[in-house]
Design a protein around this ligand. Structure first.
Ligand code: PGA
Length: 251
């Protein structure tokens, strides 16, 4: 039995207004109340954070941002900083999601700068890594995961690293209905954990939670979560409905 507490995070992406977020929270909280086995996190769009923080106050549900920048404040139009997320009541932040990498120029280097900033401000970072379909088909999955993990963790001090969470999200499985088999996911998680051990030491690697993401649904959550190497899930589409997300939390 692993000592790593599972983390189940909802990534709402660019869905829901503040009032829709409040409706979700009202329906969702009773479905997961008293649930302490897992850490539960909702990551709404920035404009919904206040509504979700207000609705979940005093509950077992945490709130995270979907992105942030590494500077604390300044002339960076359109950006949000770690202190701002903290001030709004966030405890977690997703970094380096493949949609940020694909559409908004995120690189291993910017993910690394953001990770340093998130740790400095005591946000729990959920760092996303994962290969494209073409990379998997070319036999490059391991190379990609090693590079993204090593560069993402560059220069992080081991004594700050215990809160880091990594999410393995094969890009070909995101929003496609295709899921990595539990065995494929476990193999990728093992590759990532070995790189974490090389970067940060065995003890940090053994304690680090590695989530799986990519078409997680109520129907497949149990089989994925039963894998010893899988410590939780980052859920997109199936997290938008309170009933479907609660079934994943209660896998
Ligand atoms: P999905 O998204 O569950 O809709 O595949 C997962 C993610 O992108 O985090």
């Amino acid at each position: 039995m692993s000592a790593r507490k599972p983390l189940i995070a909802a990534n709402w992406k660019m869905y829901k207004t503040p009032s829709q977020s409040s409706e979700f929270v009202t329906a969702f909280l009773p479905l997961v109340q008293d649930r302490t086995r897992d850490e539960i996190v909702l990551c709404p769009p920035f404009v919904d954070i206040s509504a979700v923080v207000a609705g979940t106050r005093g509950s077992n549900v945490h709130v995270g941002g979907q992105n942030m920048v590494w500077q604390e404040e300044g002339a960076f139009t359109g950006e949000i900083s770690a202190p701002m997320l903290i001030a709004c009541g966030c405890t977690h932040v997703i970094l380096g999601h493949s949609e940020r990498r694909q559409f908004f120029g995120e690189t291993d280097e910017t993910v690394n700068k953001k990770l340093h900033a998130a740790l400095k401000h005591k946000l729990t970072p959920i760092v996303c890594v994962g290969e494209l379909l073409a990379e998997r088909e070319a036999g490059k999955t391991e190379e990609v995961l090693l590079r993204q993990t090593a560069k993402g963790l560059a220069g992080i001090a081991a004594d700050l690293a215990h809160s880091i969470v990594i999410a393995y999200e094969p890009v070909w499985a995101i929003g496609t209905g295709k899921t990595a088999t539990p065995e494929m996911a476990a193999e990728a998680h093992h590759i990532i954990r070995e790189q974490v051990a090389r970067s940060l030491g065995r003890e940090i690697a053994d304690g680090m939670r590695i989530l799986y993401g990519g078409s997680v649904k109520p129907e497949n959550a149990g089989a994925l979560m039963r894998q010893e190497e899988i410590d939780g899930a980052l859920v997109g589409g199936a997290s938008l409905d309170p009933h479907s997300f609660s079934k994943i939390v209660l896998y």
